[in-house]
Design a binder for this molecule. Sequence first.
Ligand SMILES: Cc1ncc(COP(=O)(O)O)c(C=O)c1O
Length: 411
Amino acid sequence: MSSHIVGSHALTKHMESNILKTSQEAKNARLQNPMVIDATVGQLNSENGTLFRYLAVDRQLKELNDQEMYVYAPVNGSKNFSEGVIDWVFGKHKESILKSFMVNVIPTTGGSGALSNTIYNFNDFGQKVLIPNYFWTPYENIAEEANLGVETFRMYDDEYRFNVDDFERKAKELSARQGRLFFLMNDPCNNPTGLCLTTDQWRQLIAVLNEIAARDIPVILLHDIAYIDFQMKPEDQSRDIFTAYLDLDPRILAVIAFSGSKTFSMYGFRIGAQIGLSKSKQVMEDFKRVGDYSVRARFSSVSRPAMSVIGKIFATPELNVGFKAELAEARSILEKRIALFQSCADLEGLKYLPYGGGFFIGVETKNCRIFEDLVADGVYVIAMPGLIRIALSSVNLNDIPRLVKAIKKNV
Ligand SMILES: Cc1ncc(COP(=O)(O)O)c(C=O)c1O
């Protein structure tokens, strides 16, 4: 028993890297001095520096009736939302996925709610979740909050391709040690690197998961697709990776963490979903049983206005087409910034990680004081061990040449 005001399990809680806090510091610095470049925030801004809003979302929000706006959202989601999210996520591969798998949707408070519910329910306390060595830092906090830790593998090989060999080595070692494998991967458009795996690399990953499952070890794949709509290719092609899922061993549970924040610019509304898939009826019954319980026990239900708006966009063909055209415009904003960053970096001789899509580009560094050095030059980024994450989603074109020069000087 402890006499401390904080419970003993919470005594060591301390946020080492708080992206939202650093972002706030950057915002304040920019208010004092407009020359400051804020490349911290994972939010898509227009060239005028304000949030990129979708007209389709805006209009629907303003037209919601009281029922669509104020009442509790159904725990299993409205028909429009829960069926629509399956259409949206799997696109042209929906039929083949539904033929091979049982699929269940649980609405959550953002992608974060989907991640934390899954991590909490499908591990034993004290175990480790396998992630790449460059990762969105809240993964570690979400794991620790669930009495878990993380173990990493090297994300890249020497040629800067996804390191399937190191994944395989670590996955086998960890699963043998703890009798479970829980693998969490953010793809496509990885945060913090911009990496996008090929369908063939997904096939190789899944072959390793299958080999482990065949040893009667529980295997869970948690696939975080927060930025799937910002891959530098049309939406239907960014869904091709799901064809690799068809090979999944029947004992495996796959959970896709969907986020409404990035795709719909509804960051503050807190809407997302856990999409569970398995070929096993028993596994899916377990998924639904513990998922529904945790929703009720942790946050009860999700944002009704966001569910109503997204559900309408999913279910109304004209809205869907109009929204997709706006999404293409959002991607083209990013595309121009990335192209300019890359050409400036090539000119300056600054190396960056291979970029396939998303809000961020990554630059490796050996400078342990890179954050402070860049701040001294009026630039805010998110620094992590060995890497800086540059959120081009929130930097306008004019600032990019200066941003590249400052990074090159300090990296
Ligand atoms: C990699 C990644 N996953 C998940 C999320 C969760 O986003 P939200 O909880 O807002 O849906 C984010 C948000 O920044 C993210 O960057």
